[in-house]
Design a protein around this ligand. Structure first.
Ligand code: FES
Ligand code: FE2
Length: 342
């Protein structure tokens, strides 16, 4: 269901190490990730072309990885460069090598046609490289299809019901200012604003607003296909012009998400929470991360349950509500890309 000719996140930079090859199933394919002697990431098919042993069980020697079973060695381009039991290396002795890139603290993989891989198409998660921002992230395993995780992030109307004890009060109800949807340059934007409202406990806790403060606040979602959701969440002194673009009296936190399909019924979920106000106090960054992490565990439990029901009857009808609009658009965009690849 997901397109192949695009970048996906394969791992956090710190997860991929030089001498400890890591196995990860990405878009249904086994991949081994390690670093060559110059530190550059390598992604190879994690299935030895000899008898299908997992190369990730082997060892890295210089730039090459040696299969633990009969000792065949493979270079970063996937070519077999050594067979202990014979001199001759047949041309079919190779495993697939994937284009990889390291950017914004993530290791990116291109599962499609290598000739089309263009690093310029990696979406912008530059907040994680910016010195004025603090952040913390992690990898979660989702027992559900990646589309369920994307739908979850695209429909924030679930906040009050599911996240009663964590993020419920950050929800922006669909009342005075209508939710604004825009599709631009292959991205979907959903902007939610509330003006001159009491400051919710989330921002009081994190950013020290007075208990009786009034704020303008927002929760603006940007979806970039196939699987990236960035949510700009913030609050500003009421009337200070945040909606018009003046953030000098505002605090902002970005919720950054990259979902990578593992199989049809499982996915990897790479996410981080970044703040522009926690520079002097790392505990605020930790607190923000912890709040969102707790909420995400609630999401993952629901998604696992959805997947269980999907497996029992994939064709069971689904009711669509107004709040599903952005999720439906995202799904269509992803399906269109996959269809275009044939
Ligand atoms: S299975 Fe890898 S060398 Fe035999
Ligand atoms: Fe959620």
């Amino acid at each position: 269901m997901f397109p192949k000719n695009c970048w996906y996140v394969a791992a956090w930079d710190h997860e991929v190490r030089r001498l400890h090859p890591m196995r990860r199933i990405l878009l249904g394919a086994p991949v081994v990730l390690y670093r060559a002697s110059d530190g550059s990431p390598v992604a190879l098919e994690d299935r030895c072309c000899h008898r299908h042993a997992q190369l990730s069980r082997g060892r890295v020697r210089g730039d090459v990885i040696e299969c633990a079973y009969h000792g065949l060695r493979f270079a970063p381009d996937g070519a077999c460069v050594h067979i202990p039991s014979q001199e001759q290396i047949p041309p079919s002795a190779r495993v697939r090598s994937y284009p990889v890139a390291e950017k914004h603290h993530w290791i990116w993989i291109w599962p499609g046609d290598p000739a089309l891989a263009d690093e310029g198409r990696i979406p912008d998660f530059g907040v994680m490289d910016h010195p004025d921002w603090t952040w913390r992230g992690e990898t979660l395993q989702v027992a559900g299809n990646a589309m369920l995780a994307i739908e979850n992030l695209m429909d924030l109307s679930h906040l009050p019901a599911l996240h009663r004890t964590t993020l419920a009060d950050t929800a922006i109800p669909d009342n005075d200012i209508p939710v604004e949807y825009r599709v631009e340059d292959d991205t979907i934007r959903v902007d939610r604003w509330a003006l001159d409202t009491p400051v919710p406990p989330y921002f009081r806790l994190l950013a020290g607003f007075a208990p009786d403060a009034r704020v303008d606040r927002w929760m603006n979602t940007i979806f970039t296909p196939p699987a990236f959701v960035r949510i700009d969440i913030g609050a500003a002194e009421a009337g200070s012009g945040a909606r018009e673009g003046d953030r000098s009296k505002a605090v902002t936190t970005w919720n950054l998400n990259a979902v990578t399909p593992e199989t049809e019924s499982r996915s990897h979920y790479f996410w981080a929470q970044a703040q522009d106000f926690a520079g002097d106090d790392p505990s605020l960054s930790e607190l923000d991360f912890a709040l969102v992490h707790t909420a995400f565990e609630e999401d993952l439990a629901v998604i696992a349950g959805q997947q269980e029901n999907l497996d029992l009857d994939p064709a069971a009808p689904r009711l669509n509500l107004a709040a599903d609009r952005a999720g439906i658009q995202a799904r269509r965009m992803i399906e269109r890309m996959a269809r275009a690849e044939g």
